[in-house]
Design a protein around this ligand. Structure first.
Ligand code: IVH
Length: 677
C-alpha cells in the first residue's frame, strides 16, 4: 500500500470500525461482531501502525494501553466549577427540598424530575475539542483538579473520539468513574492470592486505579465511566431537558445509566427511591443514593446555585454500607473441616440495612494485614448478601488498653491441638469427628439440600440434637424416634413425625449425593459426580489409590489425597457401614453409564479419515459421553478434521469462532487415552 491517500483511508477505516465496535460492546452492551473479529481488526491496525508509526494518532484504539509513567499530575482549572450536591437522609428532607423548589418557582404544580442512581466512584471531567478527547481531569476541590488524561484514555467506555454528528466544537462531559462489583471482587481476589493489599471497597479501588502515574496500571483495572452532565459547551445547542442531554451524550458515545427515569412530583421521586433501594444489591455497581434533578434546563437556570451546590438537585442517600464501631472481642469458630475462623464480636451497629454484631476476620493473615487489635475502632462493611467484613481500622482511635488478638493453640471446642499447614493461611483443629463443632457441621452438611436433602433438619435442630446428646454421628440420625424429637424446643408430635418421614425418604439416594454428603474435604458436587461416574460403586472407590483417583476429571493430587485419606480412616468406614446398615442405599452406576469423560462436549467430525472409519470415530466419541453434531456453532467444543483439510468450510468456521480443532491422529490418541480404542 504505497499510495499515501490509500494508506490514510485504510487507517481511518480501521479506526472507525474499531471505535464503533468498541462503542457497541462497552457502551451499548450490544456487539455486532464476535470478539474474534474485533481482535482481528485490532491486530491489523497494530501491524499497520508498527509499519507507519508516524500515522499513530491519540484516538487510535491501540492507544488505550497506557503510556510511560508521569512524574506528577499537572493541575487543571475548571472553567465551569464542578459542584457537589446537597444531601437528603429522610423523606422529610426530600419534602423540604421540594418546598424550597415550590417557593422559588412560580408555577410549581407539576415539576418533572430526572432520577439517577448516585454512583459511588470518582467525578471526572472530559474535554472534547472538535470531537477528540483532549483532556481528562479529576474534580479536585471543584475549581482545580488534576490532569488524568493518560489514565482516562485507557477506560473502554470513554470514547476517544465522539461518535455520530452534531457535537459542538468544545464539549465537556462530566460523569463518574467507578469499578463494577464483579471486577472489584476479582481484583481483590488476585491481590489476596499474591499476598498484596486489598482494596476496602469499589470506590477506593476506582480512586486508587485512577491515581496511578503509570497509566498501564490503570489500563489493567476494570473501570467504567457513566456520564451525568455537561460542563463547557461551545458552538452548538443542547436539548431542553436534562434527560434529553444525556440521551444525546449516549449517542455521541457515552455510557449513561440505564436506570435513569423521569418522574413527576416528589411522590414519583419517593417511589423511585424505594424501587431502586430494593434493587440496590442486585445492581452490578455500588450506589449510595439517588440523585433527583429538576429536568427542565431553563428551570435549572432560574433556580441557580447556593455556594457549592445547585438548588435544582439533591442526593437522597441510602443507608450506609460502611460504619464504624468497636471491636469488643474475638471468638474462634470451628468449621466442618476444622478450619478455625476468627470472628469479631462488635458493638452492634446499623449498617447496610441491618444491625451487625459479628463480622468475619477470615484468618491470621487477614488479622495481620488489618493490624487489628481488640478495643480498636473498626470499619465494618455489609453490602448486599455478603457477610459483614471488617475492612479497615481507625488506628488514631486505638485505646491505650488495646490488646493483641491471640490465636488459640488448642481447639476452643474439643481442646485438640490446632495446626497450621505451612503455606496455608488457615489454622485447623486436628480433632476430626471427636470435635463437637466439626461433628455438628458435618451433620448439617449431611442433611443439606444438595447432600441427603433431609427436609426439616435445619442447622438449629442439628445443634439441639447434638447438644441434647441424642445423636453423635450421621448414622445416629436414622435411629431417632419421633417421641425423642417431639420433646425438643419448637418441635411437637407433628413436626417430629415429619422429620422421621423425611429421614426415611432420604435413605433412597444416589451414589453421587451420598459421596457429597460425606463432606470429604474439597469434594463438592461436581467432584462427587465425577468420582461416582468413574468408579460406579463404593467398593471400587475405596479400593482406588491416589494415582487412579486422579484419572477422574478435575481431581488433582490434593483432592486425591483427601479422598484416599478419608477412605483409609477406620472411623469413616465404620460410619459409612453404619449408614448402609441403617438402610441408606443407592443404585450403582453400570459400566456403560459410568465412563463419560466427554459428557457435555459437542464434537463435529469432518474430512476424510484413514486410521479409523468416520462413523466408528463418532460412535466412540458418543460412548465417551460426547454429543456429535453435523454443523459448527458457538456451542461446539471441538472440530475433528480428517485429511488435513484446512480449506474445509467447517474448519474455517471453527477458526473464525475460535473453536479448538483436532487432527485424526489426535482423535485416535484421545480415544486410546480413554481406553475405547
Ligand atoms: S450530578 C451539579 N449525578 O456525587 C451536579 N452526581 O455528591 C453535579 N455523583 O461529585 C453532580 N452520581 O461525583 C450527579 N448521577 C449523578 C451522580 C453524581 C454520582 C457524584 C458526583 C458528585 C457527587 C456529589
Amino acid at each position: 500500500m504505497s499510495n499515501p491517500l490509500e494508506l490514510q483511508s485504510k487507517f481511518d477505516e480501521l479506526k472507525n470500525q474499531l471505535n464503533y465496535h468498541n462503542y457497541r460492546y462497552y457502551v451499548l452492551d450490544d456487539p455486532t461482531v464476535p470478539d474474534i473479529e474485533y481482535d482481528r481488526l485490532f491486530q491489523q491496525l497494530k501491524e499497520l501502525e508498527s509499519q507507519h508509526p508516524e500515522l499513530v494518532t491519540p484516538d487510535s484504539p491501540t492507544q488505550r494501553v497506557g503510556e510511560a509513567p508521569l512524574s506528577a499530575f499537572s493541575q487543571v482549572a475548571h472553567e465551569v466549577p464542578m459542584l457537589s450536591l446537597d444531601n437528603a437522609f429522610s423523606d422529610e428532607d426530600l419534602e423540604s427540598f421540594n418546598r424550597r423548589l415550590q417557593d422559588r418557582l412560580k408555577n410549581p404544580d407539576d415539576i418533572e424530575f430526572a432520577c439517577e442512581p448516585k454512583l459511588d466512584g470518582i467525578a471526572v471531567s472530559l474535554l472534547y475539542v472538535n470531537g477528540q478527547l483532549e483532556r481528562g481531569a479529576t474534580r479536585g476541590d471543584g475549581t482545580t483538579g488534576e490532569d488524568i488524561t493518560q489514565n482516562v484514555r485507557t477506560i473502554t467506555s470513554i470514547p476517544l473520539r465522539l461518535m455520530g454528528e452534531g457535537y459542538p466544537e468544545v464539549l465537556e462531559v462530566r460523569g463518574e468513574i467507578y469499578m463494577p462489583k464483579q471486577g472489584f471482587e476479582r481484583l481483590n481476589q488476585k491481590a489476596r492470592e499474591a499476598g498484596e493489599k486489598t482494596f476496602v471497597n469499589p470506590r477506593n479501588a476506582a480512586a486508587g486505579s485512577l491515581r496511578q502515574l503509570d497509566a498501564r496500571i490503570t489500563a489493567s483495572r476494570p473501570l467504567q465511566m457513566c456520564a451525568y452532565s455537561v460542563g463547557r459547551f461551545d458552538g452548538g445547542s443542547l436539548p431542553e431537558r436534562h434527560t434529553e442531554v444525556l440521551e444525546q451524550l449516549h449517542q455521541w458515545g457515552f455510557l449513561i445509566n440505564p436506570e435513569m427515569a423521569v418522574v413527576h412530583n416528589i411522590s414519583g421521586c419517593l417511589e423511585y427511591y424505594r424501587r431502586l433501594g430494593e434493587k440496590r444489591d442486585s445492581l452490578p455497581y455500588d450506589i449510595d443514593g439517588i440523585v433527583f434533578k429538576v429536568n427542565n434546563l431553563a428551570l435549572q437556570q432560574t433556580l441557580g446555585f447556593v455556594s457549592r451546590a445547585p438548588r435544582w438537585a439533591i442526593a437522597y442517600k441510602f443507608p450506609a454500607q460502611e460504619e464504624m464501631t468497636q471491636l469488643l472481642s474475638v471468638e474462634f469458630q470451628v468449621g466442618r473441616t476444622g478450619a478455625v475462623t476468627p470472628v469479631a464480636r462488635l458493638n452492634p451497629v446499623f449498617v447496610g440495612g441491618v444491625t451487625v454484631s459479628n463480622a468475619t476476620l477470615h484468618n491470621r493473615d487477614e488479622i495481620n494485614r488489618l493490624g487489628v487489635m481488640v478495643g480498636d475502632t473498626v470499619v465494618v462493611r455489609r453490602a448486599g448478601d455478603v457477610i459483614p467484613q471488617v475492612v479497615s481500622i481507625v488506628k488514631s482511635q486505638r485505646p491505650a488498653d488495646a490488646s493483641e488478638i491471640v490465636f488459640p493453640e488448642t481447639c476452643p471446642v474439643c481442646d485438640s491441638p490446632v495446626e497450621t499447614v505451612p503455606g496455608e493461611a488457615v489454622a485447623r483443629c486436628t480433632g476430626g469427628l471427636i470435635c463437637g463443632a466439626q461433628r455438628k457441621e458435618a451433620i448439617k452438611h449431611f442433611a443439606s439440600r444438595k447432600a441427603m436433602d433431609i427436609d426439616g433438619l435445619g442447622d438449629k435442630l442439628v445443634e439441639q440434637l447434638v447438644d441434647e446428646g441424642l445423636i453423635h454421628s450421621v448414622a445416629d440420625l436414622y435411629r431417632l424416634e419421633a417421641s425423642q424429637v417431639a420433646e425438643l424446643e419448637r418441635m411437637g408430635p407433628k413436626s417430629a413425625e415429619n422429620l422421621i418421614a423425611a429421614l426415611e425418604a432420604s435413605k433412597s439416594t444416589s451414589f453421587e449425593r451420598f459421596l457429597y454428603s460425606l463432606g470429604i474435604r474439597e469434594v463438592g458436587e461436581a467432584t462427587a459426580r465425577g468420582l461416582s461416574r468413574y468408579f460406579g460403586n463404593l467398593d471400587a472407590l475405596i479400593a482406588a489409590n491416589e494415582e487412579s483417583l486422579q484419572k477422574v476429571d478435575d481431581v488433582g493430587p490434593v483432592v486425591a489425597h483427601f479422598v484416599a485419606e478419608f477412605l483409609r480412616q477406620e472411623h469413616n468406614l465404620e460410619a459409612i457401614e453404619a449408614l448402609q446398615k441403617a438402610g441408606v442405599h443407592w443404585d450403582d452406576i453400570s459400566v456403560e453409564e459410568r465412563h463419560e469423560p466427554l459428557a457435555d462436549q459437542t464434537y463435529v467430525v469432518t474430512g476424510s479419515f484413514s486410521l479409523i472409519k468416520r462413523d466408528e470415530a463418532k460412535k466412540l466419541l458418543q460412548q465417551l459421553g460426547a454429543k456429535v453434531a453435523g454443523s459448527v456453532s458457538a456451542k461446539t467444543h471441538c472440530v475433528v478434521v480428517g485429511g488435513g483439510a484446512t480449506n474445509n468450510s467447517k474448519y474455517v468456521k471453527a477458526q473464525e469462532l475460535g473453536i479448538q480443532t483436532m487432527t485424526e491422529e489426535e482423535l485416535v490418541a484421545l480415544l486410546q487415552e480413554h481406553g475405547v480404542l
